[in-house]
Design a protein around this ligand. Structure first.
Ligand code: ZN
Length: 288
């Protein structure tokens, strides 16, 4: 019996976007030579997301209860500078600095836990990372300066608490109909299991992806003659609202969830995926 291990999973917060979380009391460098600092005024939406974010971190901390954990951010930590309408979609019209500082303000509570063994960031979509994972590398760098074991890569195989985690930003979507949700994920995971088995690679205990801003959790068997291997297929939820682009590609998806996931690991097995989720309604309701 080994001590329980944990993995906190966060994805797609898109810091810097007007529909991303903005931490309370956020101060950014001055926009001119007159103000000392830029005290960012938050919208109700940015405040709500930040409140949920901080509540989730507090809840995760109490569930983990001092046991050893890693924190995984599955890409798109920032929104980047290639937004379709940068003057309308971004909080700041400067380069990467403000977005990276917004991300750091949000990760600060985590960096203070003394049971976080390491933080790993997946490099996200090029247009959201200032190209080639720059945003994730910059955040990892700043976390390192704070004494955290932090790094950013495109695709990782991490072994933690006896389980193997396969992480990358891009993977399959959730499916477009309620009753087909997760189907493509099961095929994707089965294909990875098969490919690993044929080629002598370790079949991962979890395959974790982001990018689609929706959560899918599937537990997929791989049958052998005398035993069954299991892999969790996890599409991590986002931590931001739905923008013009998101509304278009999801054909006006209305019922949304944002939040974090927490993997509980006992004796070399992922025994549960805890969901710290919040419901969002993308429709404005009016009644007369
Ligand atoms: Zn994203």
């Amino acid at each position: 019996m080994s001590d329980p291990h944990w993995a906190l999973v966060i994805s797609d917060p898109h810091f810097g976007h007007v529909l991303g979380p903005v931490m309370p009391g956020l101060e950014l460098p001055s926009r001119d030579d007159v103000e000392d600092v830029w005290r960012v005024e938050r919208t109700a939406f940015q405040r709500q997301l930040a409140d949920w974010w901080l509540a989730d971190l507090a809840e995760a901390r109490s569930i983990i209860n001092g046991e050893s954990t890693i924190a995984l951010i599955i890409g798109d930590i920032c929104h980047g500078d290639r937004a379709k309408y940068p003057d309308k979609e971004l909080i700041s019209d400067r380069g990467s600095v403000d977005q990276v500082l917004m991300a750091m303000a949000a990760l600060e509570p985590l960096a203070e836990w003394d049971n976080v063994k390491a933080m790993r960031l997946c490099k996200g979509t090029g247009s959201h990372s200032f190209g080639r994972g720059s945003a994730e590398l910059e955040v990892a760098n700043r976390l390192q300066v704070k004494g955290m074991d932090a790094a950013a890569w495109y695709h990782m195989e991490l072994t933690w608490g006896g389980v193997t985690l396969d992480l990358a930003h891009h993977g399959p979507s959730s499916g477009i109909r309620e009753w087909t949700k997760g189907n493509v994920w099961r095929y994707y995971v089965r294909s990875i299991q098969d490919n690993c088995s044929r080629n002598g690679y370790t079949i991962p205990d979890a395959v974790i992806r982001g990018h689609f801003h929706e959560r899918i959790i599937e537990h997929v068997p791989f049958y052998r003659q005398t035993e069954t291997d299991w892999t969790w297929g996890i599409l991590a939820p986002a931590y931001c609202g739905i923008d013009d682009f998101g509304r278009k590609v999801t054909r006006s998806k209305r019922i949304l969830s944002v939040g974090m996931l927490l993997l509980e690991i006992h004796d070399g097995r992922i025994v549960w995926v805890h969901e710290l989720l919040h419901g969002m309604d993308a429709a404005r309701k009016e009644m007369w």
